[in-house]
Structure formats: C-alpha cells, structure tokens
Design a protein around this ligand. Structure first.
Ligand code: SF4
Length: 122
C-alpha cells in the first residue's frame, strides 16, 4: 500500500480540471455541506446535485473525492454528501480489499492507451 502525507493529493488521482469554470467554482456556497447539516434545505442540496449531474467532470471528480479523503471531508462533491462518500469508500474496500485505491490506480493504468497494459491483459 502506498502512503501519502496527510492532506496531500494522491498524484495518481489528480483533481480534474475544466477549461471553463464548473458550477462549484461559480457558486461554491451551494456546495457547502457538513456531516449532520440538518438545517440545510433539501432544495439547495438538490440544486447542487443537479449541477453535478450535468458536469462533464462528474465521474473523475467522484473518483478524486473518494481517493483523496483528507481533502474532501465536507461539501457536496460529484453529487455526494460526506456520508455518502464514506459509504462508497466502505463499499469499495469491501469489494476490492483494503488496498482498493492501489487496485483502482492499477486499473486506471491498464485502461490508459499506450501503456501496453491492455495488450498484456488481452
Ligand atoms: S461534479 Fe465536481 S467539479 Fe463538477 S460541479 Fe460537481 S463538485 Fe464541481
């Protein structure tokens, strides 16, 4: 298992970037959310989730948020609350094992064209 310093991004899963501002950059207050944020209106939560559902970065954003747990303890990210991300991490660990991040990094490398790993896997 690879250990990275607390609070630093896993370089195998960099935060996705967009050439145009994403909705969470344009209206960050909409994406504020913490554990037990019961006062948060459901309508606002739904607006943030809708924005994420239309975002072209959503899949990579979710992966980044799941892997980089220390960087994503709060907020709506890729349509998920902090609690949902914890549940998703638990499911990944149950399915892929405690080194699930390394497993995903290996799969990512294998899926990338030009690495030769697809040919070896075939
Ligand atoms: S999917 Fe990620 S990058 Fe896109 S709006 Fe949602 S939080 Fe922002």
């Amino acid at each position: 298992m690879t250990i990275y310093r607390h609070g630093t991004e896993d370089p195998r899963f960099p935060q996705p970037q967009s050439p145009t501002p994403t909705q969470c950059q344009l209206t960050p207050q909409l994406f504020d959310f913490e554990y037990g944020d019961c006062n948060r209106k459901m309508a606002e939560l739904a607006r943030a989730r809708r924005a994420c559902s239309r975002c072209p970065l959503a899949a990579d954003c979710l992966l980044w948020a799941l892997v980089n747990k220390d960087l994503t303890p709060v907020g709506i990210i890729a349509g998920t609350t902090p609690r949902q991300r914890t549940q998703l991490r638990d499911r990944l660990a149950a399915r892929l094992g405690p080194d699930w991040i390394d497993v995903l990094a290996h799969q990512n490398r294998a899926d990338r064209p030009g690495t030769g790993m697809q040919e070896r896997a075939a």
